[in-house]
Design a protein around this ligand. Structure first.
Ligand code: XIL
Length: 353
């Protein structure tokens, strides 16, 4: 019997009637590093092949949206857990873990939060949000992006945090407060500070690594419960990875007993050659440079890509190609066929990279 027939035979509808349980489709080999992908809510409901690809390839998932303030908080009083619950159902029924993205961020904030002002109101809003959301998923979300993108776009020594409603109202300690509160609510979940643009050659990226290390060191010195740095890894096909810089950065984290997790890997390919094969090889090569620089020093606790198939990717929101060709930033193509990038992931997750 073909695998696909077997899987279809094993389908069982869940509460929503659309998310399916596919026990037979678990990957046979247990990888050394768990692999996961960001999941788009609409596609999870509509696209059977998408669900299949996730179940076959992933040991964990994270919502591309769903747990962002914009999705969760239509108003100051309301919490809408529908999408996050649906993804968690899908994950649990298929033996996958789920990460949470994200509790405290400058982005994806609903309009009503613009009226938050003053330290006491900001503290109340932030802690109430953490309590409610982490509390609801206690024991079921195994890793949280507690603070996302805290580092300034181009940090200086005196000015190294990104402005946000949290930073402007609470100052630098907002990060410490968020981590402490999350740990008090769920003491078993992995608590992560998540960041982008730290891996390329260039002074600005070095300054961003230094600023992030400074923040993490400071948290460590104050015994704040933080377990890992999340490297988003939105790689640029047209930039070079600073392999030495990344390895040195990971080594410093290792010294502090801080893990690394790759949280949002993809390769932004708008300036790469048009030819699919050439482009796919270039994408795979840059991903290998990045993962190699990390894994040479320490094994990430997981590797997640920001999507699984080129069919559903955020990249064209910001990086469309001049030639009109679709972006190819992810490990599977639009028809769910593996590209060289998938092979790179397999090499690293199975420890053969
Ligand atoms: C992106 C999503 O993929 C898009 O669908 C959404 O419209 C905007 O946000 N870094 C992050 C993610 O931490 O939350 C972003 O996700 C991509 C960049």
């Amino acid at each position: 019997m073909r695998r696909r027939d077997f899987v279809s035979g094993g389908l069982a509808a869940t509460v929503s009637g659309v998310v399916t349980h596919v026990p037979a489709a678990r990957a046979a080999a247990k990888p050394t590093i768990p692999f996961g992908a960001a999941v788009r809510g609409g596609a999870l409901v509509d696209d059977y092949d998408y669900r299949m690809a996730l179940v076959e390839r992933c040991q964990l998932v994270v919502g591309e949206g769903g747990l962002k303030w914009f999705d969760l908080r239509p108003s100051a009083e309301e919490f809408n857990f529908f999408d996050a619950d649906k993804l968690l159902d899908f994950a649990q029924q298929n033996g996958m873990k789920m990460r949470g993205h994200t509790l405290v961020w400058y982005g994806a904030m609903p309009d009503w939060t613009k009226s938050i002002s003053g330290a006491s109101e900001a503290l109340r809003e932030m802690t109430q949000h953490i309590e409610k959301v982490v509390g609801r998923y206690k024991g079921r979300i195994s890793s949280w992006d507690v603070v996302n993108e805290a580092i300034a776009e181009d940090p200086s020594t005196s000015d190294y945090l990104r402005p946000s409603i949290w930073e402007s109202n609470l100052g630098k300690p907002y990060i410490e407060t968020a981590f402490r509160r999350a740990a008090e609510i769920d003491s078993d979940t992995q608590l992560v500070i998540n960041e982008y643009d730290i891996e390329f050659v260039g002074d600005r990226y070095k300054r961003r690594r230094d600023a992030l290390l400074r923040v993490v060191k400071d948290l460590r010195d104050r015994d704040v419960p933080i377990h890992a740095v999340g490297l988003q890894g939105h790689l640029r096909g047209d930039y070079e990875i600073d392999k030495e810089g990344v390895s040195a950065f990971v080594a410093e984290l290792k010294e502090m007993n801080i893990d690394v997790i790759v949280t949002e890997l993809d390769v932004i390919d708008h300036l790469l050659p048009a030819d699919n094969q050439v482009r796919d090889e270039a994408v795979a090569a840059i991903a290998a440079d990045f993962l190699g620089a990390i894994c040479d020093v320490s094994r990430p606790t997981a590797i997640l890509t920001w999507g699984i198939s080129d069919r559903y990717t955020w990249v064209p929101i910001y990086f469309t190609r001049d030639d009109g060709k679709p972006n190819r930033p992810l490990p599977l193509d639009r028809d769910y066929l593996p590209k060289p990038f998938m092979k790179v992931i397999q090499n690293f997750t199975r420890g053969t990279g």
